[in-house]
Design a protein around this ligand. Structure first.
Ligand SMILES: CC(C)(COP(=O)(O)OP(=O)(O)OC[C@H]1O[C@@H](n2cnc3c(N)ncnc32)[C@H](O)[C@@H]1OP(=O)(O)O)[C@@H](O)C(=O)NCCC(=O)NCCS
Length: 248
């Protein structure tokens, strides 16, 4: 496959031996969004049921979160397993497009990661920002490779929040424009979350622009909920949503 945009209907073959072993791990997650696929409409409206949870002003209604969670968790495991199986199946391919998922191993991968991520950023990061995350948490950085080309990357960290909560943080995620909507972004996030679970994470958070529909869809499909709205968070004046996935 060359670097031309993938045609609709093209699928990808995931060449990753760890894929099947990930599924049982992921079934331990509390991923509510798959239970109530009501979230495809207006992401900004208040009082919508998004992700299976009640929302106020675009974020999760915490007062109702626990009772919602209880109700949803009981139905969760089977649906979650089905969803992940479907996601894997949807990435298995008629055409010979092999996506390899690899962990970060060398500084030589840094230019590829930066090139990919910088294309989509509204605020550029310095090399030191990349190094801060990647050198400190190399096991939480994954690349998606197609024919030796880096077509996706995720950069994360995991540390203590308020001295008690082991909080994973997804700092950067990008997929090459020509390879989007093929499940690569979701697979990268799932790998990062699995690595965080292996390291006893309690929760995972991230921020994204409130207007970033692809990112919101991706994360909400994986069970993240809208936890906070951060007004004018970005230099361009756009609000952010903090999304959170509870792992315990
Ligand atoms: C966000 C991004 C990483 C998604 O990567 P991707 O590989 O296309 O994502 P996936 O193929 O795994 O898609 C995940 C879900 O999002 C949906 N989605 C992806 N792009 C979409 C779009 N443009 N509009 C609506 N939904 C979209 C997919 O349909 C899929 O949902 P489904 O499983 O219900 O079909 C990619 O669009 C990107 O790199 N964007 C620029 C950088 C960015 O915004 N990063 C996130 C910062 S937090």
């Amino acid at each position: 496959m060359d670097n031309n945009k993938l045609e609709s209907g093209d699928k990808i073959l995931i060449n990753d031996k760890s894929d099947t072993s990930l599924i049982p791990d992921m079934t331990t997650l509390v991923i509510n969004s798959r239970l109530c696929p009501d979230n495809e409409n207006d992401h900004l409206n208040d009082s919508k049921i998004g992700n299976g949870l009640h929302q106020v002003n675009g974020v999760c209604d915490l007062s109702r979160k626990l009772s919602d969670n209880k109700e949803l968790v009981s139905q969760n495991l089977e649906c979650m397993t089905n969803h992940l199986n479907n996601l894997e199946a949807s990435c298995t391919a008629p055409r010979n497009i092999h996506i390899n998922y690899v962990s970060y191993t060398s500084e030589l991968q840094m230019p590829d990661i930066m090139k990919l991520i910088q294309k989509d950023l509204s605020e550029p990061y310095s090399i030191y920002t990349y190094r801060y995350f990647i050198h400190n948490w190399p096991k939480l950085c994954f690349l998606a490779m197609h024919d030796n080309k880096c077509v996706g990357a995720i950069v994360c960290k995991l540390d203590l929040h308020r001295k008690i909560i082991k909080r994973g943080y997804i700092a950067m995620l990008a997929v090459d424009f020509n390879y989007r909507k093929l499940g690569i972004g979701s697979n990268l996030v799932r790998r990062a979350i699995t690595a965080m679970i292996d390291d006893d994470a309690d929760e995972v958070v991230l921020e994204t622009e409130i207007t970033n529909r692809p990112a919101l869809t991706l994360y909400e499909n994986l069970g993240f909920v809208r936890d906070k709205r951060l007004f004018r968070y970005y230099l361009n004046g756009v609000d952010a949503l903090r999304l959170k996935l509870w792992l315990r």
